[in-house]
Structures are given as C-alpha cells and as structure tokens.
Unconditional design. Structure first.
Length: 372
C-alpha cells in the first residue's frame, strides 16, 4: 500500500494516464481476489466482485439488494453477524417476512427447518433469499452452506453466505459452494480496514443501495479506492499462500490455549468444541465469572479478548450465538472469545492461560451476588 501511495494514482474513472494506471490497480485487485476465492474470472460466465467499505456494507447490500428483486421472506440463521441480523430486522419492520433458522447445541444451523420453509415456498409461500454464514465469528463453527445451497438451488431460491471469517483461514471455494453471493472483508486477514466486497455469481442481479455514480455498473457507485483495493489483494494473496501450514499454525496455538487453560482452570466450557471449527477461534466460558470483569482484567494485563457482542457504555448484551445454542445461563454469562493468528506466539498463549488461572478463582470468589 505504501508503494501504491507513491504511484500518483488518480481517480480510476479518469481517462488520463494517472487514472488509467489507477484503474489497472483496481481491476488487477478485483481479479486476484476473485481468483483466490475460486470464483470464475475467465470466459463468458465470469463472477463479479463489488468492492464495498467492508463486510457490514456487503451484508447489507446482499440482504436488501438481492431480496428487493423478488417477493417473499428472508431466511437467516439465528447466529448471523449483527450486520445480517439487524438488516433483516429492518426489512421486517418494513413488512418483509423473516424467518430465523435455529442451531443445535453444537452451534450448527438446522437444515430441517430450511427444508420445511423451502417446501412451503414450493406450495406458494415464497422465499426471496436465504443467508447462512459460512462460519460463525464467535464459536468458529462451520455451517452447512454447501448443502443449504444445494437445497436452495432445487427450489430456485437465492442464497448468500457471509464468509468474512473463513477467507484466509481454511480453503474458500466460491464455485464449489455454489452460492449466489458471498461477503468478504480485508481486515480479518491483516488487510486494511475500510474495504470488503460482495462476490456475485455470474448473472445474479442486485439492486443498489447507493445512487449517484456509474462506478461498478452503478450497483455500488462511488469512486473506487486503488490503495485499499491493492492492500486487500496483497492481504488475500499472503493469507491464502501456504494456507494449510498457516491454518495448522493457528490451530496449534488455539488448541494450546484451550488445553493449557483447561489444565490450569477448573470448570471451563468450550462452545462448539464438538463441531468442525475454524482454526483460529476459541469461545470459552468460565461459569461463575462475569465476562466483562474478566475482559477488563485481561485487558489490564495486556491480553485482548472479546465478549459476546459489541460493548456499549460498559454493559454488553449476552451473546446471541451462545443463547441460540441454548447453553446454560452460567455458561453464557461467563463466555469470552479469543482469536489467534499466525503471528501469535507460544509464549503469548502460555502467559494467557497462566493469567486466566490467576484471575478466574478471584473473580469467582468476588462475583456479584446477582450471579450467585
Ligand atoms: C462474520 C462477520 N461478518 C461481518 C463482519 C463485518 O465486517 P466489517 O467489520 O468489515 O464491516 C464481521 C466482523 O467482525 C464478521 O465477523
């Protein structure tokens, strides 16, 4: 990105040389990102990548832009990222029927519910769009999207997947998934914050959410950003090169964190442990502990973790993902999550487990009476 900034890149829609150079950077990035997601980039049936400001915007574009062109309900899993859940809540407030697919105790979306909704679609209660994330951002649990896509295809229903957590963590193959649209973002793979994209299967129509420009076929207008696009490309290329060995490294660190914590701390619970999971995510709970007190204490020790959902003015809602899994309240109240990367070191992991071992008994002892 630093090199690109030195290149005097102009507006990629400008006709002069600086503009044409910027256009080449944007289109090269678009092509590389599509290829590294195993989308089709050659021939008459090429898939399309619309750059957006990130995963949130791409999910909004998918939910509103794909459903707007057909009548019927929107179906999503109960464990989607808020950018999907709140989009469908807004669509519902405008009169669009919405259905939430339940998940089982292992965090996997229940496809029997999808099947019965699709059968009702066949009998005249239409579905406009199904959206199921490829892996959950809290538990890392992989979702049966390929199977859902096969079912949707049989009934002629559009399907979108949010693959934000999957890109650069395990193999991501847009063509084999056979979905109609897929969300990706750069900042989960050490790329720049502020760029993501929606990949659309060849021939899939999307209604724009923004207006006032011809860029990206008018589907997502606004001047494109060559430096961010180039940064996204670079991040995708590095994250998907030697993917298997990178994933192994991440999984090694995640498993070490899980096992060391278990060894040193009594009574912890790992959400989604029995399901196939992404290699970098650990959703771990300490019953009897208040998750925000734990997060604060870890933060003071220089260790970053997250609680269920974004925290506002010191109070956070409990995780809708753990709630949807019907886990005991004590588990939900004490649940935090860690993400490791290829850059995480063994000593960072060991120090984290040791710090947890010091903190948990104290926090259990001092827990507010409302939790007892
Ligand atoms: C599964 C999932 N979808 C969407 C998003 C939103 O992406 P962005 O931060 O690029 O808007 C995130 C970010 O945390 C995520 O984890």
């Amino acid at each position: 990105m630093h090199d690109l900034m030195q290149m005097r890149l102009a507006n990629p829609s400008s006709q002069h040389a600086d503009g044409r150079r910027a256009r080449r950077v944007v289109e090269q990035a678009r092509d590389a990102i599509l290829r590294h997601c195993s989308a089709r980039t050659v021939g008459m049936e090429s898939d399309q990548l619309l750059f957006t400001s990130g995963g949130t915007e791409a999910n909004n574009l998918a939910i509103f832009g794909l459903s707007q062109l057909q009548p019927g309900a929107i179906v999503v899993s109960a464990i989607e990222h808020p950018s999907v859940l709140e989009s469908v809540t807004h669509a519902a407030s405008q009169g669009r029927p919405v259905h939430f697919l339940p998940v089982d105790q292992n965090g996997v979306t229940c496809l029997e519910s999808l099947q019965s909704l699709l059968e009702r679609h066949h009998q005249g209660t239409p579905i406009a769009l199904v959206s199921i994330m490829l892996a959950n951002n809290e538990t890392g649990v992989l979702q049966p999207v390929q199977e859902a896509a096969r079912m949707c295809r049989r009934f002629g229903v559009l399907i979108h997947t949010d693959a934000v957590q999957v890109l650069g963590k395990i193999e991501l193959d847009f063509a084999s998934l056979d979905v109609d649209a897929m969300t990706v973002t750069a900042h989960k793979i050490h790329g720049p914050v502020g760029i993501g994209g929606l990949i659309l299967r060849h021939g899939i129509q999307v209604a724009p959410r923004f207006f006032g420009g011809f860029q990206q076929l008018g589907l997502r207008p606004g001047t494109e950003m060559p430096v961010l696009a180039g940064g996204f490309e670079e991040a995708v290329v590095s994250a998907t090169t030697d993917l298997e060995s990178r994933a192994k490294t991440m999984q090694g660190m995640r498993d070490l964190l899980q096992n060391e914590t278990r060894r040193l701390v009594d009574g912890c619970f790992v959400a989604g442990e029995l399901s196939p999971r992404l290699p970098h995510t650990l959703s771990i709970s300490f019953p009897g502990v208040e998750r925000q007190a734990l997060q604060l204490a870890l933060d003071m020790a220089g260790i970053a973790c997250s609680t269920g959902s974004a925290c506002a003015s010191g109070s956070s809602q409990s995780s809708h993902v753990l709630e949807a899994m019907h886990l005991p309240q004590e588990v939900i109240k004490g649940g935090i999550r860690f993400g490791v990367s290829v850059e995480t070191t063994e000593s960072e992991v060991v120090v984290t487990a040791e710090r947890l071992a010091q903190l948990i008994p104290k926090l259990r002892q001092n827990r507010p009476s409302s939790m007892a």
